[in-house]
Design a protein around this ligand. Structure first.
Ligand SMILES: C[S@@+](CC[C@H](N)C(=O)[O-])C[C@H]1O[C@@H](n2cnc3c(N)ncnc32)[C@H](O)[C@@H]1O
Length: 369
């Protein structure tokens, strides 16, 4: 039996329909092709893994995002690609790496993207954006920026791939563990006097950062009174975060970082461990609200006691960093905490107008009154 899945498969109803189709199959081998989906629900992931355990299912995907997601969770799958494209790559890569792009043309391109698709990258750092554009051009074997520009602005799929190239989602459980130790000992306990605590995790990627925070809060006996808002510009990492399924391949490092972060129990207490993947226990999901949101958008989220925005602002130019810091100032209670990434800070972007140092080593700041 062959099932072709068209469109995104991120709603429960669509996922249920696929599970029903699979269920109707009378025990023979199934081939499933995902044509447009970038992400699928945990039920679909778990069903495919079960079928593959009995060698009953072959999976084909067209989107590289879903391909990487499936592989990370231990699903064997094939990425469907045009062969001719693969062969041309090396030669194009050399041409592109030496090419310089006119900054004005890149700025114009980013403005066009904003007008057409509503995503604002106009104030992201140009060196990083140009590197990402080159990666995307390589994907399509293109060397002419003007042609690529036209393609992105006329073909939504090409834009979507460029968007994914712009959004760099590297993250870990308990990333920079000493920061979590510091938060535990010197920040979260300060907030314990509040009856209700609101925390905003900006650029939360696939959720490992807010789940790490939730684990620490649970161990402090504070989780029940905390609401974490976890947001990211990229809608697919948000769906991954809601799924709460992660590769088991990094578990040794996760355990080490959890211990270094001052974890008092076992990292594995908080997950259901199944062969190739781990699944966050449902109890953590009740206190975390995941949603897609760009921190550059105008709308105000406010009255937070703490904001984590780690390893996001490195991609912004200095004026944008300043705007975002003012936005955080408006979103925090007086004395509220802001936590930035280890290579970020307040020196160059005028952030000290709004914040004072609380602990520079761990990049923790407090809102001025
Ligand atoms: C390198 S990851 C950092 C993840 C996590 N905070 C950490 O430190 O492990 C940066 C994340 O910021 C997100 N991002 C980039 N621009 C954003 C924006 N304007 N609003 C919200 N998130 C954004 C990206 O999609 C990506 O998931």
């Amino acid at each position: 039996m062959h099932i072709s899945v068209m469109g995104e498969l991120d709603s429960k109803a669509e996922a249920d329909r696929l599970l029903e189709c699979i269920g109707e199959n009378c025990g023979c081998e199934i081939h499933i092709t995902f044509l447009d989906a970038n992400i699928v629900t945990p039920e679909v992931v778990e069903k495919i893994i079960k079928l593959q355990e009995n060698s009953k299912c072959k999976v084909f995907v067209l989107k590289s995002y879903l391909y990487s997601y499936f592989l990370s969770l231990g699903i064997k799958c094939f990425l469907v690609k045009k062969k001719s494209i693969l062969n041309k790559r090396c030669e194009i890569s050399e041409k592109l790496s030496s090419r310089s792009f006119e900054p004005e043309k890149v700025e114009e391109f980013l403005r066009d993207i904003y007008d057409k698709y509503g995503f604002d990258f106009t104030e992201y750092r140009k060196d990083s954006i140009i590197r990402r554009i080159k990666i995307s051009m390589l994907r399509y074997c293109m060397t002419c920026f003007e042609e690529f520009r036209k393609l992105v602005l006329t073909d939504q799929d090409v834009f979507e791939q460029l968007f994914l190239d712009f959004s760099i989602n590297t993250t870990n459980f308990f990333r920079d563990p000493e920061v979590f130790t510091f938060l535990k000992e010197r920040v979260l306990l300060c907030l314990d006097s509040y009856s209700h605590i609101k925390i905003w995790c900006v650029g939360c990627s696939n959720g490992k950062e807010p789940y790490s925070l939730a684990i620490i809060l649970k161990e402090l006996g504070m989780l029940h009174k905390v609401q974490i808002y976890a947001t990211d510009i990229n809608p697919y990492v948000i769906e991954e975060a809601k799924n709460g399924l992660y590769s088991a391949s990094t578990i040794d490092t996760d355990i080490v970082n959890y211990k270094k972060a001052g974890g008092t129990k076992a990292f594995t207490d908080y997950f259901d461990i199944t062969g190739s993947y781990i699944k966050v226990k449902d109890e953590f999901k009740d206190n975390i609200l995941f949603f897609q949101h760009s921190v550059i958008e105008k709308g105000i989220l406010n009255e937070f006691q703490m904001i984590l925005c780690r390893n996001v602002m490195i991609y912004f130019d200095i004026p944008l960093q300043r705007k975002v810091l003012r936005h955080f100032y408006n979103s925090l209670d007086v004395g509220g905490f802001l936590v930035m990434g280890k290579s970020e800070g307040m020196l160059l972007n005028g952030g000290y107008e709004y914040f004072v140092d609380y602990n520079e080593k761990n990049k923790v700041y407090r809102r001025k009154s």
